[in-house]
Write a protein that binds this ligand. Structure first.
Ligand SMILES: [Zn+2]
Length: 376
């Protein structure tokens, strides 16, 4: 896969003095020499003043320079176009699971202009302090990945439910609404098993479930960068109309929470969009689940073995087994020639969020780390 991308990059970085320019230069030199010879003969016959002869020679040389510049500029633009075309071909290695949880993968070629990233519910404030921490961990990685995706021609759709009102005057929101065309939502019968803790996602801070559920969000987290060319919508009909109008067939999902809003509880989640005929892919290192911590929210019982990590692993396994494939963010970064995520420095300091964490959750995390140590 890398070889294909490398050869595409190599092709795009060739010299501006391509065979096309050299060929045109040779043709021009021949014509110029012929015209000069004719001019010499005419000059010898009519014997005009020397100044007219010099002026015509200078004009011919100027003409030569203009023609050559024109060739160089045209060729450079053609190569620039080739560069974009080559990079927009994406080689994505996706992973799935079969019924026995066995992982398998396949590399496919995608056209980046037929893809959009759907950024789910990256709110300014979640009711669970642990989910706020998880969001702050995702945002620097998302900003880097989205920049790479934009460079490739992938559209970014920010879908932060219940808060789009805040962005009503934004051009990114208006553009999404204007792009509405008649796009009937044809529905197929895709009906996978329910996601783990998909109905009961609980506070991840501690077994005592110290954070109380409420609508604390007012907008998207302001550290997550929305650029001019991006879009804002939390409605399936708008997203569907935009995608149909722009030839988008594949939706890449990121955000919170992978067992709820990302996959099924919103109109634009993975499952409904599969029903509307879209191919969906989850970027597995840009999602977070919400489950429990020392407490099983489904069975409503204390379970010391239950950790947020266990919830995240189970959710990803379920997605890859029943819903769709997953890729890593580094595949997007690599295709755009950017550094992988491991080299990204965190942009959001954790110090601030620690103040919001209830004491009991800090106790719970210490308890968990002690438990993990004793298990080793
Ligand atoms: Zn919490």
């Amino acid at each position: 896969m890398r070889q294909n991308i490398d050869s595409a990059m190599e092709k795009s970085s060739k010299s501006v003095f391509s065979p096309g320019i050299l060929k045109n230069w040779v043709i021009f030199r021949r014509l110029y020499s012929r015209q000069l010879a004719l001019l010499h003969r005419a000059h010898a016959r009519i014997d005009h003043s020397i100044s007219i002869y010099s002026i015509i020679r200078i004009m011919l040389k100027l003409f030569a320079v203009v023609v050559l510049l024109n060739f160089i500029v045209t060729e450079a633009f053609a190569q620039q176009k080739n560069t974009v075309n080559n990079i927009s071909q994406l080689y994505l290695t996706q992973q799935w699971r079969d019924s026995s949880n066995q992982l398998f993968s396949r590399t496919e070629i995608y056209n980046a202009s037929n893809m959009a990233i759907v950024v789910v519910d990256m709110w300014d404030k979640h009711w669970c302090a642990s989910m706020n921490k998880k969001a702050e961990g995702l945002i620097p990685k998302m900003n880097k990945t989205f920049d790479a995706a934009r460079a490739l021609g992938i559209k970014i759709i920010f879908a932060h439910s219940e808060t789009t009102k805040f962005y009503e005057a934004y051009p990114q929101r208006q553009r999404m609404k204007q792009s509405q065309i008649p796009a009937p939502l044809e529905v197929n019968d895709f009906n996978p098993p329910p996601l783990p803790w998909g109905r009961t996602g609980g506070c991840e801070c501690s077994a005592d479930r110290t954070c109380k559920e409420s609508s604390t969000w007012t907008r998207q987290h302001d550290a997550l960068i929305i650029k001019d060319e991006d879009l804002i919508s939390d409605r399936a009909d708008e997203i569907n109309a935009f995608c149909k109008a722009n030839g988008i067939k594949t939706l890449l999902y990121v955000g919170e929470a992978s067992n709820m809003c990302v996959t099924w509880t919103r109109s634009f989640s993975v499952i409904p969009m599969i029903r509307y005929g879209y191919e969906t892919i989850v970027i597995r290192d840009l999602i977070e689940s919400i489950s429990g911590n020392g407490y099983d929210p489904d069975k409503k019982v204390y379970d010391p073995s239950f950790t947020p990590q266990k919830g995240a692993d189970s959710t990803l396994t379920h997605i890859e087994k029943y819903l769709c494939s997953s890729i890593s963010a580094n595949q997007i970064l690599s295709a755009a020639g950017r550094e992988p995520l491991s080299k990204v420095q965190p942009e959001i300091k954790r110090k601030k969020s620690r103040n919001h964490t209830p004491k009991s959750s800090r106790y719970a995390s210490r308890k968990n780390s002690r438990r993990q140590n004793s298990e080793k």
